[in-house]
Write a protein that binds this ligand. Sequence first.
Ligand SMILES: C=CC1=C(C)c2cc3[nH]c(cc4nc(cc5[nH]c(cc1n2)c(C)c5CCC(=O)O)C(CCC(=O)O)=C4C)c(C)c3C=C
Ligand SMILES: [Fe+2]
Length: 489
Amino acid sequence: MEALGSGVPGIKLSGFSRQGAEQRGCYKAEALNSNAVRGSHCSHGETQQLDKYLRSSQLSYNTSDKSGHLVKSYMHVPAKERKLTGKTFYTSKTCTFGEDYAEISSNTAQEKVGVLLLNLGGPDTLQDVQPFLFNLFADPDIIRLPRLFRFLQRPLAQLISVVRAPKSKEGYAAIGGGSPLRRITDEQAHSLKLALGKKNLHANVYVGMRYWHPFTEEAIQQIKKDNVTKLVILPLYPQFSISTSGSSIRDLQRIFREDTYFEGLPVSIIESWYQREGYVKSMADLIEKELSSFLKPDEVMIFFSAHGVPVSYVEDSGDPYRDQMEDCISLIMDELKSRGINNPHTLAYQSRVGPVQWLKPYTDEVLVDLGQKGVKSLLAVPVSFVSEHIETLEEIDMEYKHLALESGIENWGRVPALGCTSSFISDLADAVLEALPSASAVSGKTQRNTSEDDLDPLQSVIKFFFGSILASILLLSPKLLSLFRDNLL
Ligand SMILES: C=CC1=C(C)c2cc3[nH]c(cc4nc(cc5[nH]c(cc1n2)c(C)c5CCC(=O)O)C(CCC(=O)O)=C4C)c(C)c3C=C
Ligand SMILES: [Fe+2]
């Protein structure tokens, strides 16, 4: 059985819209406790009922998709219906919009506030690439096998990581031999701590990576050691996807389940924040600045390139990623228009992996198309991530730039990632301050997911044994291996 809500036991995600929250003043998510329908396997009728209930209260909820994956559904509020007032879709049991801001921002001597930044992580050295890839592909939110085949997850991850590692290593070698993510995320954490201090909130900021050091688990241990009494969780992805913030939150669910300290800790999760005024304006500032470096700024195509996800995430599992991405782009474009910048723009998705369909249009295909249609100046804007990483430094700056120039585009520019831009960090600090009052204790009995984890040890050993044999056969067969390399990666 899965509790409705965040996926973190006891924490109910009230993924309400800012607009709705403003209209109602303050939404009390305790309503969930009395009315919630619990259970991860809703019948169609139950799902419809649930949907109706949730639609009226603008909540998000967890349920399962066709293949038994835990998914979240969202009330989607189009950008045009929203106001940009600097609030966020943050999540927890209660929210306290309208509280006195000064009161919110000061913490008492006994209170130890922690902010946990969640990020993906990247290999520090070339030797780390294959084990990093293993961790990534072993995540059931990244490779989503049908329930029956989940026992193959780890052997398959081993196989794919070994086959993919040489290609990935080339990419990391081209950007200096490793990912800059850890360094940049640490810098962001430091800047956020300073920004919070300036706003009179003295907090420790922790970094928890999903697939490489410092792992989320390491951050959680430090939080416990430091005796943090209130925690705000802030994924460093502006838009929510099952594969990014969702996966990290699920990882936290597992960690929280195993530790009673976290059951009593007041926690608030900021699910997505692409709609915040500070973020939108900071992105528009960067775009405006880069446009001015072109000879004819008015003629430049603004080319948003977002990291893709497989279409099935969005269409079968209700991932809000594409909707949020489209909203995000229209908010940024509206902000630019309000500054008198009326350039044409387009959105495409990059970095697809494997044989399945990913969100379209694909960045490489659109670049070729634009070049052929006579676009001469193009400004690439990476939009799904706030630090430089392999996909900006190698894929965009090298591969896509080369492709664009080859296709007839003559003037190429790229907007840097936000990194530690002060207006952006200050806005993240505001998001933390706004989320803090709604942090509430994880209460009641924690619930376990019905998943592979529930297998008894003998079953696990048998499944792992046969899975490994299957993976070894695949790995050792040169014919199968080349088929795999050519078609899957
Ligand atoms: C919003 C951002 C991201 C989404 C969505 C996302 C989904 C996603 N990614 C893969 C596969 C890979 N991702 C890799 C690296 C990587 N991905 C993101 C961001 C998102 N991924 C980041 C920030 C990074 C780290 C970059 C770094 O600097 O280290 C990789 C490894 C690199 C490579 O070999 O290309 C893979 C593989 C999938 C399958 C997926 C959705 C299901
Ligand atoms: Fe990725």
